[in-house]
Design a binder for this molecule. Structure first.
Ligand SMILES: [Zn+2]
Length: 326
């Protein structure tokens, strides 16, 4: 047993239940929602990150066939996947692919990327320009370009609401955490950003017009309560109801439930997180959140306590009321 990183569980008898993770097979087979929105003409441009050669070739070929301009940029020199809690694709190089319906926009996005990587006084302006070109809400673009460092974990910390273990509920469309699935493909400036909510809702409606089944799946996975320890180290409690500091839930997923993208699926850290957090929570249906611990209800009044070694950001995204359509 390796030293725990996120939660140190007290010794307990092995649970009788086997962990059951929510299955998002249909979503996993499909391509990035950002790409789909671009092809639907809903987004002027798109930025796809962490692509290996095979994924890059697929997107390049399909972009060319649709008349979309595409330019890949090697990720060497950019913040490395390891820094972001991911793995590199073995010996293969990873790429960021910029795509747009307008050739000048692609060229400008590539120039902005180079300026951002070089740092210096122009960095904020370049980041602002690329955010606007990618169609992100201006308030969220200003939020990002105003941060001293655009590092995932630091951004998550800015969302933390001081003093409360469960954050104020956010609209489910603002659940940006499930990779390649969420219609909000940027970091919102807050978990109550109305511009992101409006844009995400619009994108989801566009997706529904193009592929009703896929949009329904996306709508179904967004609600719940998410315990986010890092950008890709989060556990999503589906069907979660909040009763004070207690959560009751019907299913569990994590970042690996949505994608087989190499930097995520090969990441030792994300695998460790799955074993340490996701698999344990998936064996139960009730959890009590304290400031420094998680207490699982094992039935017949028995509990199992885990000491929090890292404080998660707790995000609540209530489900739709009966029949409500986004
Ligand atoms: Zn915003």
């Amino acid at each position: 047993m390796t030293t725990p990183t996120y939660i140190a569980w007290e010794q307990a008898e092995p649970p009788k239940n086997r962990p059951v993770l929510a299955d998002f097979d249909l979503l996993r087979k499909r391509e990035d929602v950002e790409w789909t929105l671009l092809t639907l003409g809903e987004k002027p441009a798109a930025k796809l990150e962490d692509l290996d050669q095979e994924h890059l070739a697929w997107y390049m070929a399909h972009a060319a066939a649709k008349g979309i301009f595409a330019k890949p940029v090697s990720q060497s020199g950019a913040p490395s996947p390891e820094v972001r809690g991911m793995a590199t694709a073995g010996r293969h190089e990873l790429f960021t692919l910029f795509l747009a319906w307008n050739e000048h926009a692609v060229d400008e996005l590539v120039r902005c990327e180079a300026t951002e990587r070089a740092g210096g006084p122009s960095r904020g302006l370049a980041q602002e320009r690329s955010g606007i070109l990618l169609g992100y809400p201006p308030c969220c673009v200003s939020f990002m370009s105003g941060l001293a460092r655009q590092e995932d974990d630091g951004i998550l910390q800015t969302y933390r609401s001081a003093g409360s273990s469960i954050a104020k509920s956010s609209h489910k469309v603002l659940n940006f955490l499930p990779p390649l699935v969420s219609p909000v493909t940027w970091f919102p400036c807050s978990l109550h950003c109305s511009a992101s909510e409006k844009k995400g809702t619009h994108y989801l409606a566009a997706l529904a017009r193009a592929d009703h089944e896929r949009a329904e799946k996306v709508r179904a996975v967004l609600p719940g309560v998410v315990l986010a320890f890092r950008r890709f180290c989060f556990v999503h409690l589906h069907g979660a109801h909040v009763h004070g500091a207690e959560l009751r839930y019907s299913g569990v997923s994590d970042a690996l439930s949505y994608t087989s993208l190499i930097p995520l699926s090969a990441s030792a850290e994300i695998k460790r997180f799955r074993a340490e957090v996701t698999h344990v929570l998936a064996q139960y249906r009730r959890v009590f959140l304290a400031s420094d611990a998680i207490v699982l209800h094992c039935g017949r009044g028995r509990t199992r306590t885990g000491k929090l070694l890292k404080t998660p950001l707790v995000l609540a995204f209530p489900g739709a009321r009966g029949g409500e359509l986004l």
